[in-house]
Ligand binder design. Structure first.
Ligand code: SF4
Ligand code: SF4
Length: 394
């Protein structure tokens, strides 16, 4: 049985022996390693989330294990509020904060192209808003120079302001780059945390289970259905609800753009579309979701217990939320003013916000959703493989 006394084991990992080299961890990973050894002896939090059952499959942790477990954690705070070894105890266990620090390292380490990984540490509120404002201003000034900033009512005909093909090319290229960068990053992550295995596993069933966990945000229910901790020991489901609004709001906006693309290129139906058309209805519902969700998340973020997560990452969190709010607010304002003389200005501001969102997508908080989905898939696969230690309760 392991001892809870940190002095009874080496400070970083007990994996070292004549056969196994001691892993070389950075400071953040070493902190997680140390805390997980305490948790592995305690196991009080086994039912809270996927991290603890995954942890009990290991006695020692490699760097890849720590990256995997850190991305399996979604910073709900439950294990901190339940922990008898949290401060003021001398062990000072704070799993959410230790995991959050490693998560940032993983985003930067697996980023593609690798040289851009350092952007994760600079992706703050100011950068996000400055990018959106700069792009919006650039587009507005371009229109002003052309004399089309206030062209009078155009009945919602956006393409009279910016030609359709130019917009499709510009946004298509940026979106394709963001998708490629995120795809390459998660591929690098997956290769490290999930090396090829000889053991047969039902990958379809695992993928189905992981997709269900992602779509339902399963672990935001705290493992008991009552939700996360925010500013106190009280459980609340608001974080789950606001995440749902944000997630499905984003998907609805994406669906609106996809349907409009089909209308244009396949059906030959060109914008502007009526308010009751499918693209406008989907976009309006998505915009409302992206307004309610991020506004709620910002409200929760400002009230969160100071010991939750890594306070150094708050600018990145808030920058992402602020950009989402800017996208939805400018989109809804554009919808409301599409028949007015201010349409061109509103369009420039909205396009600037959307472009800033796409540009910062691979190097900001958006990556959390992608890495976490990969970690949930790894967890679903691992559950279907034999547990040689047989010490967990999953
Ligand atoms: S977080 Fe604390 S209470 Fe929970 S398993 Fe770890 S040491 Fe035990
Ligand atoms: S903070 Fe929540 S998700 Fe993260 S390890 Fe603790 S209980 Fe699990």
């Amino acid at each position: 049985m392991q001892s809870l006394d940190p002095g009874a084991r080496p400070p970083i990992s007990s994996a070292g022996s004549a056969l196994q080299p001691i892993p070389v961890f950075n400071v953040a990973a070493a902190e997680v390693d140390q805390q997980l050894h305490i948790c592995n002896a305690c196991r009080y939090c086994e039912g809270f989330c996927a991290v603890f059952p995954a942890m009990t499959r290991r006695l020692d942790f490699t760097q890849a294990d720590i990256h995997y477990l850190a991305n399996l954690c979604h910073n709900c705070g439950a294990c901190l509020h339940a922990c008898q070894y949290a401060e003021p105890h001398a062990f000072a266990v704070n799993v959410p904060r230790a995991m959050a620090r490693v998560r940032l390292d993983t985003y930067a380490e697996y980023a593609w192209p690798p040289a851009l990984g350092r952007l994760y540490r600079r992706n703050g509120l100011t950068l996000s808003l400055a990018t959106a404002a700069g792009l919006g201003l650039f587009l507005a000034l371009t229109l002003a120079v052309k004399g089309t900033l206030f062209p009078g009512p155009l009945a919602g005909d956006f393409y009279a302001i910016f030609p359709h093909d130019a917009l499709a090319l510009m946004f298509g290229l940026v979106f394709a780059f963001a998708t490629l960068a995120l795809g390459m990053a998660v591929r690098r992550f997956w290769r490290e945390v999930s090396p090829p295995s000889e053991e047969p596993v039902q990958k379809g069933a695992a993928a189905f289970e992981a997709s269900g966990a992602v779509l339902r945000l399963k672990y935001l229910d705290g493992g008991h259905g009552e939700g996360c901790n925010e500013e106190s020991d009280r459980f609340t489901l608001w974080r789950r609800r606001f995440h749902h609004c944000t997630f499905y709001g984003f998907l609805l906006c994406f669906a609106a753009t996809s349907v409009a693309t089909l209308y244009h290129f396949v059906l030959g139906l060109e914008a502007p579309y009526p308010l009751t058309s499918l693209p406008v209805l989907l976009g309006t519902a998505g915009g409302l979701g992206l307004l309610v969700g991020p506004a709620g998340l910002l409200w929760l973020n400002r009230r969160r217990h100071p010991e939750h997560g890594d306070s150094a990452q708050r600018p990145m969190d808030r920058g992402f939320i602020a950009l989402l709010l800017l996208v939805s607010l400018s989109g809804l304002a554009l919808l409301a003013g599409r028949d007015s003389g201010a349409m061109a200005l509103l369009l420039a501001l909205h396009l600037g916000a959307v472009m800033a969102f796409f540009l910062t997508m691979p190097y900001g908080k958006f990556a959390h959703g992608i890495f976490r989905s990969a970690a949930l898939l790894k967890f679903a696969i691992e559950k279907r493989q034999p547990d040689r230690l047989r010490m967990g309760g999953e």
